[in-house]
Design a protein around this ligand. Structure first.
Ligand SMILES: [Ca+2]
Ligand SMILES: [Ca+2]
Length: 464
């Protein structure tokens, strides 16, 4: 019963974060925000003036894909703006939770004073063993010359593990009123965790990323406080990342949407046709980035669902074109037995034959171990044993453990950075994906399958 309750508690935690739009929307002012989507990738000439005539004000544009953000308090704005020549649709804008940690545990640990240990916390990072990272490092591949844009909720730019590889000048924010810095007092910066898995520095301190010499650019598209973002903000972030010539774009974020319609946190709802327009807009952004040479890697989501089973649901941005969608695996009891299988399908991961491309280490929960209360000590750190099956990485001013497909995707981004680095720092995304598939370890059913896609991401092929 206790185990069942724990499972239910976790699932409840997930589902409240996931499915329903918040019932208590923010107080409404008269002004509403809209996405104006052009017929093609080009915004109509003198759009600002035409929007003004329709009763609105342009507050932002993504001209590369023909998208503008507009506010208006006129009840007839939507109908009027829809008549502007070259405008395909005018749809309500809003935010939706796209940062979905399944569970996280803070870690008040650090390099013991005078321990003499190099990157002491590396020994908690079983994900590196799963993907074979050290074999690539030994062969000289460390991601040098590779730029990875991390679209997320911000970062701690002063963290000793992150600062060496963070490009502060290029880091930016598409969240109104927030800088690229994680601005909350807690340690749980999702963006810092993801960035550290990709490229925490090897500096005799803390943790190490899969590609410890890669460059990180933080592109904030989710609010640090709420984990919410807008679809046009994500699209703008993708375009920005492409325009600064990012080699890899990591998006450990997303939302499961119903094709027949859904509502934003602010209360405005989209029709089926408008949901399709949102998907179309994100597809324009991912296609733009792909054509400019970015390998795009996203988390498949934590709903524990076979996304091929229901035709009414899909996950964005992982189901957008040219995106590598990553499911999650993890051990069950690594703290008890360091030789345990690291590649068990995670209980929360989404899966689906046509949606999953690769699997990555995202962490798992052994519910029996959790219920037992047993404590383990790994690398001098003592915690309940089940915690060690989580992914350990950097946070805001420290480190923490977390699980989710959000943790799996950055392992793939790190491996992609190693592959691109080994090719001199540049590679066509189709070629990157081809090598990711080639080097992956086939798990489960032989060949491509619904849970692991083409297999568990791995760098073994690079080291040969
Ligand atoms: Ca380090
Ligand atoms: Ca397989």
């Amino acid at each position: 019963m206790r185990r069942l309750l724990t499972v239910l508690a976790l699932l409840a935690l997930m589902s409240t974060a996931l499915i329903a739009p918040a019932a208590t929307a923010a107080p409404k002012s008269n002004a509403k925000t809209f996405m104006v989507i052009a017929t093609g990738n080009q915004l109509p000439a003198n759009l600002e003036q035409q929007v003004r005539s329709a009763g609105g004000t342009v507050i932002g544009t993504v001209p590369q894909i023909g998208v503008a953000t507009v506010t208006s308090s006129s009840p007839s704005f939507k109908a009027n703006a829809g008549k502007i020549k070259g405008v395909q649709s005018v749809i309500p804008s809003g935010t939706i939770t796209m940062r979905i940690p399944v569970q996280q545990v803070a870690a008040n640990v650090g390099n013991p004073p005078n321990s003499g240990s190099a990157d002491f916390l590396f020994d908690l990072q079983w994900g590196h063993t799963a993907v074979g990272a050290t074999s690539a490092w030994a062969a000289g591949h460390r991601g040098a010359g590779v730029r990875v844009a991390v679209l997320d909720d911000g970062i701690d730019p002063t963290h000793p593990d992150l600062a060496p590889n963070l490009n502060v000048a290029l880091s930016t924010s598409f969240v109104p009123g927030e800088t690229f810095v994680y601005d909350q007092p807690d340690v749980f910066s999702h963006g810092a965790h993801v960035a550290g898995t990709i490229a925490a520095a090897e500096n005799d301190f803390g943790t190490i990323g899969v590609a410890p010499d890669a460059e990180i650019v933080m592109v904030k598209v989710l609010s640090s406080a709420s984990g919410s973002g807008s679809f046009e903000g994500v699209a703008a972030g993708i375009i920005y990342a492409a325009d600064i010539q990012s080699d890899v774009i990591n998006m450990s974020l997303g939302a499961m949407l119903q094709r027949r319609g859904f509502c934003f946190e602010e209360g405005d709802c989209l029709t089926a046709r408008e949901v399709a327009e949102v998907a179309n807009m994100l597809g324009r952004a991912t296609s733009y980035a792909y054509q400019r040479g970015a390998t795009i890697i996203t988390s498949a989501g934590n709903d524990g669902m076979d996304s091929n089973k229901s035709k009414d649901i899909f996950h964005l941005p992982s189901d957008a074109p040219h995106v590598i969608s990553v499911s999650a695996v993890g051990p069950l009891g690594w703290g008890v037995n360091p030789n345990t299988n690291l590649n068990v399908q995670a209980f929360y991961t989404n899966y689906g034959l046509s949606t999953i491309d690769l699997a990555g280490p995202g962490g798992n929960v052994d519910f029996d171990l959790l219920a037992s209360g047993q404590a383990c000590t790994v690398a001098g750190v003592t915690r309940p044993c089940y915690v060690f099956d989580f992914v350990f990485s950097t946070g805001n001013g420290g480190w923490y453990w977390s699980i989710g497909t959000s943790m799996a995707a950055p392992h793939v981004s790190g491996v992609a950075a190693l592959i691109i680095g080994a090719n001199g720092g540049s590679m066509h995304p189709a070629q990157v994906e081809s090598l990711l598939r080639k080097y992956a370890l086939d798990l489960g059913k032989p060949g491509k399958d619904a849970v692991f896609g083409h297999g568990l991401v791995h760098v073994g092929g690079l080291a040969q």
